[in-house]
Design a protein around this ligand. Structure first.
Ligand code: IPE
Ligand code: IPE
Ligand code: MG
Length: 233
């Protein structure tokens, strides 16, 4: 169990893991070196959140827009992410973590996709923290997909917010309470557009590879003191 104590924790924490490339550049390393260390940080943060008893953790690993990058970077990033998840599978099992993959998995090469789905299946009986990994995920794409599914099933107008939510990748999950973004960027970059309507945001200049549990605790302590009103008085 982590030693750190909090007055309250988010039930659903979401993280935009940004800044791998700049972390590497500062060290005169190739961008992929940043992704490699970033995967280790991902594992550490997942473990820390599970130890704290956070029920839902959602991480943004690859966006629909990230396909614009050089094919070699995309390939290496996906390989490292897949390899990382496989490597941390026993740890995740021990911590009773479930895994859910959100996004256009069909765009991934067959081999990578099959391996990722096998990891998801292997952890499917667990009952602890639900780790959702967003891969080829985009908030707009997710909404368009939801609307198309509603049309395809012949939904009658007017559709409700609940109807839309049932067709999101995050169906059944509570909305995120806190969204963390690393690397000093102050934008949402197409992440959980619908779901984060009332999320609290925490931004840090720390690049993702350096976002160790100590940095996570800072974000969670900042969240403790937020006053959430949801539009009320
Ligand atoms: C985060 O780091 C990983 C992904 C977005 C896939 P970046 O690769 O975006 O690193 P920067 O933002 O260029 O430093
Ligand atoms: C957002 O980071 C996507 C992920 C962290 C996976 P980006 O680096 O792609 O976002 P922009 O381009 O700086 O907005
Ligand atoms: Mg970036």
């Amino acid at each position: 169990m982590a030693e750190e104590r909090f007055a309250r924790l988010p039930a659903h924490l979401a993280v935009i893991m940004d800044g791998n490339g700049r972390w590497a550049k500062k060290r005169l390393l190739p961008r992929t070196a940043g992704h490699k260390v970033g995967v280790d940080t991902f594992a550490e943060v997942v473990g820390a959140c599970s130890d704290l008893g956070i029920p839902y953790l959602t991480v943004y690993a690859f966006s629909t827009e990230n396909w614009k990058r050089d094919a070699s970077e995309v390939q290496e990033l996906l390989r490292l992410m897949g390899q990382g998840i496989k490597r941390f599978l026993p740890d995740m099992h021990r911590k009773n973590i479930r895994l859910s993959l959100l996004g256009e998995l069909e765009r991934f090469p067959e081999k990578e996709r099959a391996e990722l789905l096998a990891c998801e299946r292997e952890l499917s009986e667990n009952t602890g923290m639900l780790l959702s990994v967003c891969l080829s995920y985009g908030g707009r794409q997710e909404l368009v997909r939801a609307f198309n599914e509603l049309l395809a099933e012949g939904a009658k107008a007017p559709v409700t917010a609940e109807d839309v939510e049932k067709h999101l990748y995050t169906a059944g999950l509570p909305d995120p309470d806190l969204v963390i973004r690393t690397s000093g960027e102050y934008r949402i970059s197409n992440f959980l557009l619908w779901q984060s309507a009332y999320a609290e945001y925490y931004f840090t200049d720390v690049c993702w590879p350096d976002f160790k549990p100590k940095e996570l605790y800072k974000a969670l302590h900042a969240y403790e003191n937020r006053s959430r009103r949801f539009g009320g008085a």
